[in-house]
Design a protein around this ligand. Structure first.
Ligand code: NAD
Length: 282
């Protein structure tokens, strides 16, 4: 790697660039973003060497490694345009939170140049100014190779992630979307909905937002995440999210029934079981 191109110079794109630098990468880092502010901030902060808002110009940087880091539903269009201008030897990978059919779509466009990836690391903050050079240290990075994935490129991508502290795991693209639909996309959907519940249940007499305690704030921190990014994730992983929401409604209905029918023993048993399970992951 001598010329890395970051597509989407935001929190994740900036974090990847900063992590490369921190771990001794000496080559050039270029940026492409539709927002000139992101490019300006990325350059001013020294996170990218040079950037552009024109995709064609990004091709002229002649990158040998491209990291897609914009919202997931922008990937296919960007890949189509990049595919026409990039070198044959290039490696294109991504940090997108959704894989599934998107991986196959990108493979159709980019062929063996593409390797799918998703670092399980992040925060609710968005924007290059919040970049964290240690974001990936000790964090899982899921790579989603298919039958068509080029083994050499996969190996390079694996080594790049390990060089910035990531712990690489391989997973089928569709299994990835089932897993993260439940463990990540559902909690974000629920956090957004929970805040919405307070909006709906506030009355003329009482503004519920005057009284949130630590629990509410902890639980809904992720509802401060970027709406465009999460709109894209929800829509791109629609089927799995719908299944997860149904599972959640089922569980909530069960809890509701135990409360409605004042099933004291069963309610204690349910809460105990859940608490024990939750404590296992600490
Ligand atoms: P962000 O909002 O901080 O950055 C996104 C950047 O992409 C912005 O600078 C925006 O201007 C740019 N952009 C938007 N549309 C574009 C387009 N069509 N072409 C070029 N640039 C475009 O968001 P982020 O948190 O850095 O997330 C980026 C990606 O990383 C998403 O695909 C997301 O699914 C994934 N991801 C995020 C997290 C997280 O916790 N934030 C974790 C893992 C993966």
């Amino acid at each position: 790697m001598e010329r890395v191109l970051i597509v989407g110079v935001g929190f994740m794109g900036g974090s990847f660039a900063s992590a490369l630098r921190k771990h001794g990468y000496k080559g050039k880092i270029y940026g492409y973003d539709i927002n000139p502010e992101s490019i300006r901030k990325g350059e001013d902060l020294g996170i990218i060497d040079r950037g552009t808002t024109i995709l064609y110009e990004a091709g002229e940087f002649n990158p040998d490694f491209v990291m897609l880091s914009s919202p997931v539903r922008t990937f296919p269009e960007i890949a189509k345009r990049l595919g026409e201008i990039l070198d044959e030897e290039v490696i294109v990978t991504d940090q997108g939170s959704v894989k599934g059919s998107l991986v196959y779509e990108l493979e159709d466009i980019l062929g063996s140049k593409y390797v799918g990836g998703h670092p399980i690391a992040g925060t609710e903050k968005s924007g290059v100014e919040f970049s964290m050079s240690d974001l990936y240290e000790g964090k899982k990075v899921i790579l989603t190779p298919t039958e068509k994935t080029d083994k050499e490129r996969l190996e390079v991508v694996r080594r790049v992630w390990e060089s910035v502290g990531g712990i690489v795991e391989y997973m089928d693209p569709f299994l990835h979307d089932y897993v993260f639909g439940v463990v990540s996309h559902l909690p974000h959907a629920v956090a957004f909905s929970l805040v919405d519940t307070l909006i709906r249940m506030s009355t003329k007499e009482v503004d519920l937002f005057k009284y949130p305690g630590g629990g509410f704030k902890d639980f809904t921190r992720i509802a401060k995440s970027d709406p465009v990014m999460w709109r894209d994730i929800f829509l791109a992983n629609k089927e799995n999210l719908l299944r997860s929401i149904d599972g959640f409604i089922e569980s909530l209905n069960y809890l509701r029934k135990l409360v409605e029918e004042e099933k004291e023993e069963e309610l204690t048993e349910f809460l105990n079981e859940v608490k024990t399970k939750r404590m296992e992951i600490d």
